[in-house]
Design a protein around this ligand. Structure first.
Ligand SMILES: [Mg+2]
Length: 297
């Protein structure tokens, strides 16, 4: 497994590093002045990264447009699935695979806490999962109920931890009356698992897997490399699948798209991440009347 795959499949990260040095350390005369300055500076950028995500989380939680995009995705899904049901002439039973986070369940309250506190995944994540308070995203319950009623097998394939999160995840799905929420259908990431593709292949062994749902390209297929270019190439390859075989949902809060901004290195400093975010932008330069890539101050 390459570094990127590992990062992309194991992190929900906001890309924010938490300062590990307690502030009261700085009061001690033994602390070297240079370290004092560096840590204070890093804390400033950690806060900045968190605050930059507030707008994304607010859009996700408050815009009617976000709900409309989920409606659009699940409406298209229902239309596509109904055709596949009509065309199904026996053989393997039909199945669909859905990611869980930001595809079926809305974890934005966790993302909001991270943004407000300047914390990063996994701080607080398992506590959030354990609380089983995530609500379904708009349209998910209606669509899944439809699939269930039409005898379609529903698999929830998520990189939540099998060891830590399975019981709470099933509890949350059941609480929201989402169908087929049991150990057979909720396939979380075991420590030995490398990527979601293995779990998808396992479903394909016994079922006719006709549709995939996610908020990350990795919920559908794996790009050749962990670069923006390769990810866009994968979209081009599957252009005709989106809206029928592949249903994708909006997530401006986190994802593999963000990891590519950091060259898939979430370990870089908060200051570097802030800079990388800026460098990803193309902006209009009024002096030259041209669109340019940001190169730094
Ligand atoms: Mg997801």
């Amino acid at each position: 497994m390459n570094k990127w795959t590992k990062t992309a499949t194991t992190l929900l990260a906001l890309g924010v590093m938490t300062s590990t040095v307690p502030t009261d350390t700085f009061a001690g005369a033994t602390q070297a002045p240079t370290q004092h300055t560096q840590t204070q500076e890093d804390a400033k950028y950690v806060k900045q990264l968190g605050e930059q995500n507030i707008t994304s989380v607010s859009w996700y939680q408050n815009s009617a447009e976000a709900k409309a995009l989920y409606a659009q995705g699940y409406n298209s899904a229902k239309e596509a699935l109904s055709k596949k049901i009509k065309q199904h002439k026996g053989g393997k039973k039909l199945a669909i695979v859905l990611d869980i986070d930001e595809t079926v369940l809305d974890n934005s309250p966790y993302q909001a806490a991270s943004a407000l506190k300047g914390q990063s995944y996994p701080t607080g994540w398992h506590e959030w999962v354990k609380s089983a308070q995530a609500k379904p995203v708009y349209g998910a319950k209606d669509f899944l109920t439809y699939a269930d009623k039409h005898n379609v097998e529903i698999f929830y394939v998520s990189d939540r931890s099998h060891e830590k999160d399975l019981n709470a995840t099933i509890k949350n799905l059941k609480k929201e009356k989402l169908p087929q929420a049991d150990k057979k259908h909720v396939l979380l990431k075991k420590e030995s698992d490398k990527s979601k593709s293995e779990r998808r292949d396992k479903v394909r062994t016994d079922y006719n897997l006709v549709m995939l749902f996610g908020d990350n390209l990795l919920d559908f297929d794996e790009p050749k490399a962990a670069t923006q270019k390769s990810r866009e190439e994968l979209v081009r390859q599957h252009e005709d699948d989106f809206g029928s075989k592949y249903i994708i949902f909006p997530n401006p809060m986190y994802g593999s798209w963000e990891a590519t901004l950091y060259n898939n290195d979430y370990g870089m400093s908060a200051k570097q991440k802030v800079e990388k975010r800026k460098q990803s932008l193309k902006y209009f330069d009024m002096k030259t009347n041209k669109v340019k890539t940001y190169q730094g101050e």
